[in-house]
Structures are given as C-alpha cells and as structure tokens.
Ligand binder design. Structure first.
Ligand code: BTN
Length: 228
C-alpha cells in the first residue's frame, strides 16, 4: 500500500512510501497521470528493480526511490551531482563515472535510471535512484556501511537537486566535469582502444586513440562493459 509520508522534509515534494513494489520507476511511469509534478515514491523493497540496459537492480535494505517531474531538465547531469554533494556532507567523497553512476573508492555506490514518458509530447521524467547501504560483493558494489537516516539523506539529495536545477547548463557541466572519474581510463570501442579525455559541453564523452578524437553519447556505448 502506498501511503503519504510525513517526515520533516524541507523540500517541496510530495513524498510517498511503499513497503514493497515491483519497481518505483515502473509504478510512476504507469501512473504519472495520477500524481502531481514533484512526487517522490520511496520503497523499502523492490521485487523487480530495474537498472540501465535492461539490467536488474537488486537491493536489500538499500535506498530506492523515484522522482516524478513534469518539466524537462538536465537530470542526467543534476542527479549524480546532487547525490555526490549530499554525500559530501556525510564525509563520503564520491565521483561520477560517466554518464551517471556514482562511485566511492572506485566501486559503484549508486545507480540512476532516468525514463521519459512521451504521449505525442513530453509528459514526464521519472528519475530512479538506488544507493547501496551495504556492500554488494556479487556485483562489486560498495555500500555506505554507516548508520545513516535514509530520509535525511533523501532530503539532502533533493535539496541539492533543487539548487542545482537553478544553475545554467555551463555551470552544471563544469561541476560535473570536476566530479568525473573516467579521465585517462582506457576504453574499448568499436574494435579500438581509446583514452577517455574529456566530457564535452553536451555531456558526451571525448575519446582519443592518439590519432583521432571521437565523441560518443551514452546511447552509443555501454561504458561499464567498455572500460578496460
Ligand atoms: C543502474 O545503475 O543501472 C540504475 C539503477 C537504478 C535503480 C533504481 S532503484 C529505484 C528505481 N526503481 C527501479 O526499478 N530502478 C530505480
């Protein structure tokens, strides 16, 4: 059962809580018409959590929530930054593995799944966030492993999210670049080995093989499988 959550959240979102659900992203995607802009659904358990590239997102007592937004925005950039900035205040120094995974000590801590709903026109974006509270040995994931109040962390993420949402595209890209951890990593792409050099103003990855530079978008490359 989905219930309204009354906690001292400082941000102007409607927060809902569900004990168990297949996926908060799927639910908000299917029911976006029934909820207003700025709705957040937090789950204690997901039975069919979804990740990028149709992967499963398995979690146990972790942080899982989705944000429903009815305006389009720079969410691929803002969301990982908001998570990193929130975690700064807990003493965790995280980086962003392009395009939007949040890493701690070179291991994945948090994943983001952004899905847009179109019905002739743009209707909504659903931003799904999963943050590991404990290590995930099977997928080499790291957890926060600290007694952190989940709502407090979500509140801080959303606070940072709203502040970042007010910045210009250039300001956001600069902050994003500063957090990136892919520079100088080797990338295997279309039978060649490149070095990840930079991220351009559109958020695309610039690869260089010593002879030429190419630009790839996150739709063109599965970075997890391509990093050497
Ligand atoms: C990834 O790294 O592949 C993205 C993982 C996103 C997981 C979150 S958990 C809350 C929301 N509901 C889902 O089914 N997925 C996202």
């Amino acid at each position: 059962m989905i219930t309204k959550l009354n906690w001292k959240f400082k941000t102007k979102y409607q927060y809902y809580l569900v004990d168990t659900i297949p996926s908060t992203n799927t639910y908000l995607k299917d029911n976006f018409n029934e909820y207003p802009d700025k709705t957040i659904l937090i789950a204690l358990e997901q039975t069919n959590g979804r990740g990028r590239y149709d992967r499963k997102w398995r979690s146990d007592k972790d942080i899982m929530f989705s944000i429903l937004l009815k305006n389009n925005g720079n969410y691929e950039i803002i969301t990982p930054l908001a998570i990193c900035l929130a975690l700064d205040s807990y003493g965790f120094k995280c980086g962003i593995k392009w395009p939007n995974d949040v890493y701690l000590n070179d291991k994945k801590l948090s994943g983001i799944l952004i899905e847009d709903v179109f019905q002739l026109k743009f209707e909504a974006s659903i931003i799904g966030i999963g943050i590991n509270m404990t290590d995930k040995e099977s997928v080499m994931g790291i957890g926060l492993n600290k007694d952190i109040d989940k709502y407090d962390l979500i509140n801080s993420i959303m606070n940072n999210f709203d502040n970042l949402n007010k910045l210009s595209h250039d300001e956001l890209i600069n902050l994003y670049r500063e957090r990136s951890i892919v520079y100088n990593r080797k990338v295997y792409y279309k039978d060649k080995i490149y070095i990840a050099k930079d991220i351009d103003i559109l958020g695309h990855l610039i690869l260089d093989d010593g002879n030429e530079s190419i630009v790839v978008s996150s739709d063109e490359i599965n970075i997890k499988e391509s990093l050497i």
